[in-house]
Design a protein around this ligand. Structure first.
Ligand code: HEM
Length: 198
């Protein structure tokens, strides 16, 4: 759990971020609701050492999936020309890599919560494109945000199995990852849900 390197736009910990409308108390109840326990925290942290030197390979798989699906790649394209914006893809990829490590670090403090809220805003029309100052498509539909839960967590499992852990430990790491990604997606959904309904 080394110190976070400086990555353009990766604002975890920044004092300028808005406070998450989902409070730490709300988050505790969400954790209970998805059966997320201290054991999951422990297995996420074990996954840190497993994944830390595989981040680029994981990103190759995830970006490969988006790249192979024009309806998803669309959200990285220029609104005017329809062409993928390479600099945007690359900048987001760097933050995505750090997100893998921060998810494995499993540090659920107020700053983490604030950054989760921010990531949701960045997928939503509230803040998409602003961090990288691009003129891409304005908004990622909610349905795709949720849909990607499956490919992202399913394709992670072989990477969790690459460092010689028992099948049981690999499964526990994988379960912990699924719960963590689900929890994050719930927080990211905040701007998508009609006021008062979250
Ligand atoms: C399980 C679902 C998803 C996960 C875990 C995920 C993860 C991430 C992460 C970690 C970032 C970087 C956040 C930051 O700025 O630090 C990001 C940004 C982004 N993601 Fe996703 N994402 C998901 C769904 C999607 C979907 C369905 C699309 C549509 C193709 C998408 C397109 C983007 C784009 C375009 C950005 C850059 C947003 C901006 O302009 O700041 N993501 N995503």
């Amino acid at each position: 759990m080394s110190q976070r390197p400086s990555i353009p736009g990766y604002d975890y910990g920044s004092a300028n971020l808005p406070t998450s409308p989902v409070s730490l108390e709300d988050f505790e109840l969400l954790k209970k609701s998805v059966l997320f326990s201290d054991e999951d925290v422990r297995y996420l942290r074990i996954s840190y050492d497993v994944l830390k030197d595989q981040v680029e390979d994981i990103l190759d798989v995830w970006y490969g999936f988006v790249g192979d699906n024009p309806h998803l790649l669309y959200y990285f394209t220029d609104k005017g020309t329809g062409e993928p914006i390479e600099s945007y893809l690359n900048a987001v990829r760097k933050r995505f890599g750090q997100w893998i490590l921060d998810t494995a670090s499993a540090n659920y403090d107020q700053q983490w919560l604030n950054y989760q809220y921010e990531i949701g805003l960045r997928h939503h029309r509230s803040k998409k494109n602003q961090t990288d100052n691009v003129s891409s498509v304005d908004h990622i539909p909610f349905r795709y945000l949720v849909a990607l839960f499956y490919p992202i967590t399913y394709t992670l499992k072989p990477f969790l199995a690459k460092k010689g852990h028992s099948a049981e430990d690999v499964d526990k790491m994988h379960q912990a990852w699924m719960k963590s990604v689900l929890l994050q997606l719930i927080i990211w959904s905040y701007p998508y849900v009609k006021e008062g309904d979250f």
